[in-house]
Write a protein that binds this ligand. Structure first.
Ligand code: CUA
Length: 327
């Protein structure tokens, strides 16, 4: 390769690399190094473990890459003949002991630290029964469904009481695929695996926390995000009470339409699935129930375990889009 071309190629490569690295850093907002701010005791412990491990891996990275780069420069061929032999070196007991013992010590330290933090990540602190709540989390293709102790439901937005232990039961539905419930600021990922119930928890101050599906679960995986809205206890209580009162209303229906149907459908054009505008099914309680419970062709059974009220709610909202539908 002529020198000019090689220089241009190297410069292009270098610029590209810097641009990519800078984009990552700009996007992450915290130099791309630290996880988001923790707002729950278990998330704090995960952060501590992350930082503890990052110190060692960071040091090792700097030492190894530094040595690599300095050796490349220091021992480059330069003007020596291509065939010149380097010095022949055999073994160094001291070095070999060192690079065996040091990693063992580092691994032991990391292991000890992680096992020390683990119980506080996995187990919720003991709380008085009055100060805790259990919310059921269901991963569906392609939405999150939350069921509250009083039977109320919400979609893609969990509302939870502040400053008390909230247990999450992540229920993997038999007919579903794997999903993973992840609220980075409130703790680690917890998989939703068909046939299993996984448990996690958080205890957070008032605020909105972003949640993601962290397991590739199909064509709309990228749209499977949600919000955890942590509010004062009284507001939480009135939310679930109101939700229950509205269980079969168009208010809940609108949320279902936006969270469930619209992940794959639009009214006026084909999206992932066919356009729905004017489809008589939208006003047909029986027809829509059959479709939601059984799916059809490419469409998964998105409402297989919905309560009758959930189906009523959807029809209450969608019947306006049906032409010539009956109810
Ligand atoms: Cu659900 Cu990805």
């Amino acid at each position: 390769m002529p020198l000019g071309v090689r220089r241009t190629a190297l410069a292009t490569l270098g610029t590209t690399f810097i641009a990519l690295a800078a984009a990552g850093i700009a996007d992450a907002g915290n130099a791309g190094f630290l996880p988001g701010e923790a707002h729950s005791p278990n998330a704090h412990r995960i952060d501590s473990a992350f930082i503890f491990i990052a110190v060692f891996t960071g040091l090792i990275f700097v030492i190894v890459e530094g040595a690599l780069i300095s050796f490349i420069i220091k021992y480059r061929r330069g003007k020596r003949a291509r065939t010149a032999e380097g010095p022949q070196i055999h073994g160094s007991t001291k070095l070999e002991i060192l690079w065996t013992v040091v990693p063992v010590v580092i691994l032991a330290m990391i292991g000890t630290f992680v096992f020390f933090e683990l119980p506080g990540i996995a187990d919720a602190p003991k709380a008085a029964a009055a100060d805790e709540t259990t919310i059921r989390v269901e991963g569906h293709q392609y939405y999150w469904l939350f069921r509250y102790p009083n039977g109320a439901v919400s979609i893609n937005q969990m509302v939870a009481p502040a400053n008390e232990v909230v247990h999450e039961r992540i229920v993997g539905l038999d007919w579903e695929v794997n999903h993973s419930w992840w609220v980075p600021d409130l703790g680690g990922k917890m998989d939703s695996i068909p046939g299993r119930i996984n448990k996690t928890w958080f205890e957070a101050p008032v605020g909105n926390y972003a949640a993601r599906c962290a397991e590739l679960c199909g064509i709309q995986h990228a749209h499977m995000d949600a919000t955890v809205r942590v509010v004062p206890r009284a507001q939480y209580d009135s939310f679930i009470r109101q939700r229950l009162a509205d269980a079969s209303s168009a208010t809940v229906g609108l949320e279902e339409w936006q969270g469930v149907c619209q992940s794959c459908h639009r009214l006026d054009h084909k999206y992932i699935g066919p356009a729905l505008g004017g489809n008589p099914l939208l006003g047909d309680r029986k027809g829509i129930e059959t479709l939601l419970r059984n799916g059809q062709g490419q469409m998964p059974p998105v409402g297989r375990n919905w309560t009758p009220a959930q189906i009523d709610a959807l029809v209450a909202y969608t019947r306006q889009f049906a032409k010539g539908g009956s109810s």
